[in-house]
Ligand binder design. Structure first.
Ligand code: SF4
Length: 167
């Protein structure tokens, strides 16, 4: 949707900051996000006023000058830009050395909540399997995992990930 004078577009999408996937209406002018609202009547709504979808937080996440936009490696105390090839070679070598010296279980993979219940999680778990470590963990989120845990121990199956308004 484009509103004539300001050329502002409205893009309906979902928040990807956790597995809930709340509906968001994003206002965009040029390449800048100008406003964020919940989508009225969307099946998954951020009814609790989740701070991770506050307009200021989302806009900072997208437009902050401090956002990491290139690959950096610290060399002699200084951060230097490196290529993907260099980064992958460096990490592969470190992983190889770790396994040789301490065994595969010395590696723990810790991920944030945004990567749970997504394809990225499956890739990360697959990597851990191939490497040989069972140590895969996540921060989870208190609102999600406590609900899921309570659902499991009382009803004997994991709760759906979505919190519909009329539950
Ligand atoms: S609960 Fe919050 S972080 Fe999760 S999808 Fe909804 S708005 Fe985003």
């Amino acid at each position: 949707m484009v509103s004539g004078a300001s050329k502002e577009r409205i893009v309906n999408t979902i928040c990807n900051n956790c597995a809930q996937a709340c509906g968001l209406e994003i206002h965009v002018a040029g390449d800048r996000v100008t406003r964020v609202n919940p989508i009225e009547g969307h099946v998954v709504q951020n009814t609790s006023g989740c701070p991770k979808a506050a307009p200021e937080a989302l806009m900072e996440m997208i437009h902050s000058d401090k956002r990491l936009r290139k690959l950096l490696r610290r060399v002699n105390g200084e951060l230097r830009e490196i290529t993907w090839e260099d980064a992958l070679d460096f990490i592969a070598e470190k992983l190889h050395q770790l396994k040789e010296k301490n065994g595969a279980r010395a590696l723990t993979y810790q991920t944030g909540n945004a990567f749970l219940a997504t394809e990225s999680e499956k890739v990360a778990r697959g990597f851990c399997d191939l490497y040989g470590t069972p140590n895969f963990s996540s921060v989870g989120s208190l609102c999600f995992y406590t609900r899921r845990f309570a659902h499991t121990v009382t009803l004997n199956h994991g709760a759906p990930i979505y919190a519909f308004p009329n539950w």
